[in-house]
Design a protein around this ligand. Sequence first.
Ligand code: PFF
Length: 456
Amino acid sequence: MALGRGHWGSRFGFVLAAAGSAVGLGNLWKFPYITWENNGGAFVLVYLAAVALLGLPLMMGEILIGRRAQQSPVPAFEMLGSKRWTPVGWLGVAAGAVILSYYLVIAGWSLWSFAQCIGWSLHGYTAKEGAFTQFLSSGSIQLVLTAAFSIATALIVSRGISRGIEKATMVLMPVLLAILIYVLITALTMDGRDQALAAVFVPDFSQMTAEGFLEAMGQAFFSLSLGLGAMIVYGSYINKDESIFKSALWVVVLDTSVALMTCVTMFTIIFSIPELQNDLSGSSVGMLFITLPKMFYTQMPGGAVLGPAFFILVAFAALSSTISLGEVSTSLMIDRVGWSRPKATVVTAAVVFLGSTLSALSFGAVGSLSSIEVFANKQGVFATLDHLAANYMLPIGGLLTTLFVGWKLGRKSTIEELGLSRETVPFKIWLWILRVFAPMAVLYLLFNVFMGKDFS
Ligand code: PFF
C-alpha cells in the first residue's frame, strides 16, 4: 500500500463518499429534464438497462483499478498497464475538468435559490414571471456564484480525502434521502400522479432515437461518476477487505433511486400544475429551480422550511460531486508532478474557473457564448460542453476502461482483487460484459449517432 495514502475510516466510508459523488445535479436536475425531453418511459427503461449492464460492471472495474494500483488514474493506468494506456487517464482528467467547469455554474444556482427561499420563507412567495431568465443572464451574479462554489470546493479538496468528507456525507446523504422521500410522498397526493407514473414508467419505444439511446447511456455514466477516473481515485482509498461488488451495488442503487424519485416528483408536479409546462419550455433548467420552489410555497405544508432545506441539500449534493471532480486533477498533480496538495488544488481551481466563466456567461450574458451551436439543439457553451463531456468523453473513457479491465488486467489479479478464489459464473458474466458487450454497445451507439440514425 502506498505510503501516506488516506483510507476511508469506516465500512460505509467509501459507499457514502462515492454515493456523494454520484448523487448530485445529475440526479436532481439533469435526469428529470432529459427524461422530459426524451418523452419518458422508454428512455427511463433504456437508462435502467444502461445502469445495470454498463454502469455497475464499469463501476466495479474502476474501483478495482484504483484499489489495485493505489494511485490516481494516469499513473494507475501506466502502472497496471503500460505507457500506452496513459492517454485514457488523461482523457478522464480532461473530462473531469470540463464537467467541473460547467457543473460549478449550476451548483452556484443552488446558493442563489437557497437565499431566495430564505427571503420567501420570511416575507412570502413573490417570484415574478421571467425572474429566473433575468437571473441567468446577469453575468456578474453568475460569476460571483460560480466563484463562491469554486472556493468552497477548493477549500475542501485542499484538505484532502479527510474525515471531513466522510463525516459530512454520513449526515448529508440520509437527510437528503429523508427530505426527498417527504417531497415525493407529498407530490404523490397531487392530481397529476397517475399521468406522471405512466409517463415515467410506461415505455413507448416509438419515441426513442439513436441520440436518445446515447443520451441515456451518457447519463448513466455521468450520474454514476464513471468514465473519467473519479471512482478510480476514490477506489484507491478503499480498504482491501471491502467487497467491491457490494460497494458498487450500494452506490448504483442509491444513485438510481434518487434519480427515479426526483423524476417522479417533478413529473407529478408538472402534470398537476399545467402552467408549469410553460416555464419548462422556456428553460431546460426550470424544473429544479422554478418548479420545485413554486410547489414548496404554493402547494406544500411546511414549504417555508422545506424550501431552504431542500436547496441547501442540493448545494451539498453538488459539493460532494464537485469535490470528487476536483480530486481527479488534484491527485494527478500530486502523484505525477509532485506538487503539494494546496498548490495542486489552487492550480486546478484557477484553470477550471477560467473555463467556468465561459459557461457562466452563456445563459444570456454574452450573446456569442449563448448562441454557439456545435451540436444540434444544444445552444450555448454550457449545453455544448455538457453534451460533449457526457455523451462523448465519458462513454469513450468508459469504453477504454472496460477494455483495460477486461483485456489488459490479468484474470489472476482481477479475481484476487474481487476477493474470489476461482472463476465463478457471475465473474465470467462480468468479465465478458467488460470485454465484449460494453465496448460493442458504446461503439454501436457512437457509430449510429455519427451516421445520424433514428431508431424510432
Ligand atoms: N455524478 C454527478 C452527478 O450526477 O451530478 C456528476 C459527476 C461527479 C460526474 C463526479 C463525474 C464525476 F466524476
